[in-house]
Each structure stands twice: as structure tokens, then as C-alpha cells.
Design a protein around this ligand. Sequence first.
Ligand code: PBG
Length: 329
Amino acid sequence: MSRYPALRLRRTRATAWSRRLHAETVLTPADLIWPLFICEGQGVEEPITALPGVSRWSVDTIVARAREARDLGIACIALFPNTPPTLRTDDGREALNADNLVCRAIRALKAAVPDIGVLTDVALDPYTIHGHDGLLDPAGYVVNDATADMLVRQALNQAAAGADIIAPSDMMDGRVGLIRAALEAAGHVNVQVMAYAAKYASGFYGPFRDAVGSRGLLKGDKQTYQMDPANAEEALREVALDLAEGADSVMVKPGLPYLDIVVRVKAAFQVPVFAYQVSGEYAMIEAAVAAGAAERDTMVLETLMAFKRAGCSGVLTYHALHAAKLLAR
Ligand code: PBG
């Protein structure tokens, strides 16, 4: 084996061109999915206190955001509605309304910016008065099968409006297969399913719940349906099931604290894996920047590169637009 001084690993790091030449991983705007929050109204931009730098946009203003993202090469946007409180019910039936916020946004986006992907979240939490992703029984338990029936109808509603990727984030058992079958039966053969396959019951979702207006409403936690952070083998079982049920791609969520799961999923299945760098992760970076403890641009690009290095095809991140601008330089 060749040793120092013949071998100097610093040699290839000595210049910028050489570092570029030897990079094992690349990050491009096409690796990014940008989550956007939608609200009612006209011409609205509503800053979200818990997510400094992130806003809710009305349907008309979100179209401009999508155009900006498309022009920077971002592949896809993900939509999350802040449903007016008066439309939230026990059963979340507003999710099935063909004219709900998300459906109106999808139609506006597909008409104005057809060449960016539109991903929509399937789960009832933006529509329920209790903030849970599904239907509750009298004891407050989220019932699986009746919830899955609602999710199928929600997915069909989004597909009919023009969604490109249906992303169930609810963690009910069996819902991917039911959604896939319903999409096929309705002729939506090219609508993709990206399964939130390994989604953990996490403390990192707080700012998101503020953004969609469910934080104050949520009774208890989501530990009876989202995964235990202690478990990794169980994540592989979740992924195996969602793939067998017809998922086109799978997601791990949250992101950085679960990179080990990304690596294991990629090694076990060789399928497209995505990670969600969630709201609490975004807020941590912004808090560190605000405290003068770190530099935003470096942290943003370094964390996104980490997802690519771990094996992700792409990343959902609230820093997508900022990252795309940095990458364009
Ligand atoms: C809801 C959903 C959540 C997120 C995406 N979809 C929150 C939750 O499960 O409570 C979190 C995203 C984020 O924190 O950025 N089904």
C-alpha cells in the first residue's frame, strides 16, 4: 500500500477546479421539491412567524412563486393548504371538495406553469378540527380503514384537479395500494404515488403545524400511526409494503436525523428515495443564523448535499428557492 509522502489525499483538494473534478456527489435545482403553503384571498403573502422567510400565498400569488421556481430549474412544488377554521370538521370532508384551496391551486398552477411538477399531500390534518390525519373513534383513536377510504377519495379529488404526484403522509396501513387501484380505475395511470413510507412521530413538525393552522387544534400526539424514532427495521418493512402496493417512490421523514434510514432503504431496495428536510430542521438553521452561530448559505448547501450523498434522488426543503439561486451562481 502506498503511503505518505507518495500518497497525499490533500493533493486533489488543493484547487477549486480539482475539488469540482473529484466531487462524488452533485446537487442541482432538479433535485429539489419546494413545499408551499396556500391560503385564501387575493394578492396575499402572509409570513409565518414559526418559519422565518416562509409565507402562505393565495392561489394567484402562488403561481408567480411556481414560475420563479421553474425558471431556476426546480423540479417540483408541494402544496399544503391552511384551511379556514369554518371549513374544518370532525371528518375533514373539505378534503373531498373539488373546489377546495388545494384543487384551485393545482388548476391555476397547471394552467399557468405546466412544466413544473405538482405534488399534493394526502392526509386529513389540514381539514380536521382535531388536527389528526384521520378519523377518530369515540376513544380518540385514529381508525385505519375508514380513514383510508377518505384518503382514496381525497387522492382522486387531487388527481382530477391535475396533481402529478400524490403523496400520502398519513401512515395508515394499506392506503398506498388502495390509492393506486383507485387511480388506475379512474384512468389516472400516469399520476405517481410518492409514499411517505418511513414517517416518524417527530418533534420537528411544530412550525409546519403552525403553517397549516393545526398546532393549536391537535389533541395528543401522532404516535399511534407515525413511527417510533427508535425503529429502523420497521422502516424497511414500511418501505417494502408501500413498494409492493405500487408506490413509485418512497420518502423518509424527517431528514437529517434519519439519514441512516435513507442509506438503509437505498441499500435494501434500489428505488427512488426522497427525504423531507422538515419545518423544524429549517427553523433550526434559521435560528442558528439569527443567533450568529452559523452561515446560512453553507449550511443549506451542505445539508442538501448530505441527502444526495446518502442516496436521495431529491429533497423536499423550504430552502429550495434559496438553494436554487445559490446553485445558479
Ligand atoms: C401532515 C404532514 C406533516 C408534515 C407534512 N405532512 C405534519 C404532521 O405529520 O404532523 C410535516 C412537514 C414539516 O414539518 O415540514 N400529514
